[in-house]
Structure formats: C-alpha cells, structure tokens
Design a protein around this ligand. Structure first.
Ligand code: ADP
Ligand code: MG
Length: 392
C-alpha cells in the first residue's frame, strides 16, 4: 500500500525526522488560510497523487503571497496531472499540500529498502538528489552508496557517519544526518515498511537538513497491525478492479492485453501468462483465485475480468489440489450464465475430481472449449481471440 506525501510527512514528523511545516487542503480558500497560519511565505503548493515526477509535470509550485497560494491550489485541484510515473492518462488531483518553502542549498537522496539478496534493510544514499534515482543507477551507478543494516544491531552511528560522508556532509551536518538516518530507520522498522524514500533530502542555505519529499511503501501483510496507516489508504488512487478484487480476497493486477486469465496459485498464474505470451497472445490480467476459492469467488473473478473492456477471451487454468475441479467447474458455469458470457472461454482443469469437473462443463450446454494441458489451452485461447478480432 502507498500513501500521500502529506501523510508520509506526518509519520516522519512523529518519529522525529525534520520536515517542513505544511497542511493538506481540499479547496483554494482553505489553502489561503493555511498559508497564513503556516508563516510568512514563500510557500509551495504540491499536488498529492501517488506518483513522483510532479515537479517536472507542474504539480509543485512556488507562491509568494497567500492569494497566490489560493490561485495555484484552485487551479491544481481537479486538474489531471501527467508525469512520467502516471502514464499518459494521468491522475486527477483531489488534494494539495501547502507547505513552507525553503532555501535549498543541496538536494540529496536517501532511501531504505528491503534488500532481498542480503535479507536485510539497505540504506541507499546519493548526492544526486531531486533526480530520478533509476536514471542515476543506470548512468552513474558509482554515485549511489549502499550500506546494509544488521537487523540485530540496527543502524549504528558509525554507519550513519559513513553515509553522511558519502553525501559530502561536513561539520555539524554530519551529526544531524546521523540523527535523521537513525530516525528514518526506526520509522522503517516500526511501520513495517517495504521501502521509504526521501528524495530530495535537502541541506538548506541555513545549514539545516530537511526531508522535502517522502514516499512510503508498506508491507501489506503487516498492515493489520497498523490500523492508522491502513486508514490512510486512498481508494481514488487505486484501480477500481483491484479494489473490488481485494475485497473478495482475489489477487488481481490489471495488464494491457486482451486475454483474461483466471488461475489458482501465483506461480501457475505467472506460468499461464508466460505461455500465453509464448504463443503470441497478450494477457489482460494476473488473477489468482487462491487455494480456497468458492463458487462465489470464481463468479466475482469472472465479473472483474469481464469489466475490463479489452478482454476478448478468457482462459481458466486450474490445478485442483485443495480446490476441487468440480467446484471450479460449477463456479465457471454459474458465472458464465450470470454474466451472459459473450467471449470465447477455454478451460483447462487438472487434479482432484477432474473427470467430474470436465463432465459438468460438457453437460452445461455452454460454449466452453475444453483443453488438455497448458500448451493446448494457451494455443486454443490465442487462436480463438485472433480469429474473433474484437469483442461482440
Ligand atoms: P516530485 O518528486 O514528485 O517531483 P518533490 O516533492 O520531490 O516532488 O518536489 C520537486 C522539487 O520541488 C524538489 O526537488 C524541490 O526542488 C522543490 N520543492 C519541493 N518542496 C519544496 C519546498 N517545501 N520548498 C522549496 N522547494 C521545494
Ligand atoms: Mg521527489
């Protein structure tokens, strides 16, 4: 799960990481009032969307007076902001952050991530702040400094100083950086983060260190113990189909192709997408109905797949282990009837009660193509979709 910048800054503030004072606003008038309360200006108005690159896309603007804050906020709210991270369709801005502007001397980069190779948290730091870190990593990897943290010891002062030196900090700034890094690490562990990025971390003209932008990624499996963080979820920022799917315990990720996939098990779902690609097709989604899928869940899964207007055919690929093939077959039949299925449907079943499942499908009277094995199934759906050439 992701959160907005203003929410990220509220969490950081709580853990003692210095951030500029600011407030989230939903209309121009309140933006103006908050600007006056925050101080003398200048202020920065920042579009709150779950995507970076706002600066370049016109989502971060400087204002010199409170009335300018109001005008900028009014224009920004409701606009569709396009950045290199939103895709061409962009994202509608529903909230803005009004915060005190600061005098930037240097823009640095710091992030914490779970490093899968070492199974530890890694701190990455770079003097190239404010830029896309992917670009820095690709063009000048030597400018990224990495320090791995021992989970039993935590981030030591020695490591903090090493990171601070790698950022070219000197004198009093080193101590400030160490404190800030310790606070960031504490935040990361306390909130069960998957990643925490501060880009830029700035040194101000007055020599202070501030987190000017912050991005969190949380481990969804740990969210149950962070109710306050869970409440920060903004459904406006998520794909409506993915929200619907998560409410039915389905793992669904929409993709750009035209073949809908209904599969049980993440590994089988990945393999199904691969084999569709192998035979020249393009999957419309990743969908794992899980081990204990019921008829209702299979029906929901069908509805979600079909609500994607790009879907021109569906491949059901189920291995009945815990799940019995006859249950899946009943679900498929019921769902196909309920949604009045108009696109080709290929079903491959294997495992417990497979014969019974196949029998149910054959007797259903529905136009279902039975397949034997993954390759056969993939070829059949790819052929059906290309023969059809569009949705009826
Ligand atoms: P994004 O990463 O989406 O582009 P940032 O929050 O990093 O958005 O802002 C982009 C740039 O805008 C920063 O690199 C910084 O130069 C400037 N900026 C952002 N917030 C402030 C602020 N409070 N005061 C001064 N400049 C700011
Ligand atoms: Mg940024």
């Amino acid at each position: 799960m992701n959160i907005h910048e203003y929410q990220a800054k509220a969490i950081l503030r709580k853990f003692g990481v210095p951030v500029p004072d600011g407030h989230v606003c939903y209309n121009g008038a309140s933006a103006r009032e908050w600007a006056k309360r925050l101080g003398e200006g200048p202020w920065v108005v920042k579009a709150q969307i779950h995507a970076g690159g706002r600066g370049k896309g016109g989502g971060v603007k400087l204002a010199k007076s409170a009335s300018e804050v109001q005008l900028i906020a009014r224009d920004m709210l409701g606009m569709t902001l396009r950045t290199h991270q939103t895709g061409p369709e962009g994202k509608v801005v529903h909230r803005v952050l009004v915060e005190n502007g600061c005098n930037i001397a240097r823009e640095l980069y710091v992030s914490l991530v779970v490093d899968r190779n070492s199974s530890k948290v890694a701190v990455m730091a770079s003097t190239e702040g404010g830029m896309d870190i992917e670009e820095v990593a690709a063009k000048t990897p030597e400018k990224i400094f990495t320090e791995t943290i021992d989970p039993l010891v935590g981030l030591t002062q020695f490591q903090g100083r090493k990171i601070a030196f790698s950022l070219g900090l000197e004198g009093k700034q080193v101590g400030k950086a160490v404190k800030m890094l310790e606070a960031l690490y504490t935040t990361f562990i306390a909130c069960d983060c998957a990643m925490l990025e501060v880009n830029p971390l700035v040194v101000t003209a007055e020599g202070e260190l501030l987190a000017l932008d912050a991005k969190f990624g949380f481990d969804d499996n740990a969210l149950f113990r962070h109710l306050q963080i869970g409440d920060m979820r903004d459904f406006d920022e998520e794909d409506p189909n993915e929200i619907e799917a998560s409410q039915h315990d389905l793992s669904y990720i929409s993709l750009t192709g035209n073949i809908g996939c209904l599969v049980n098990g993440a590994g089988l779902a990945m393999a199904t997408m691969d084999i569709i690609k192998h035979y020249g097709g393009d999957p419309a989604n990743f969908l794992d109905v899980g081990g204990g899928a019921t008829i209702e869940r299979v029906t929901e899964a069908f509805k979600i797949i079909l609500s994607d207007r790009n879907v021109e055919g569906i491949l059901v690929n189920i291995f009945g282990g815990i799940m019995k093939c006859d249950v899946i077959a009943t679900g498929v039949i019921q769902a196909a009837r309920q949604v009045a299925l108009k696109v080709p449907l290929v079903v491959r079943l294997e495992g417990t009660n497979v014969e019974k499942g196949k029998e149910l499908l054959a007797q259903s009277g529905l136009d279902i193509v039975a397949a034997d094995g993954m390759a056969d199934a993939a070829q059949k759906i790819v052929m059906a979709v290309s023969a059809k050439g569009g949705r009826a």
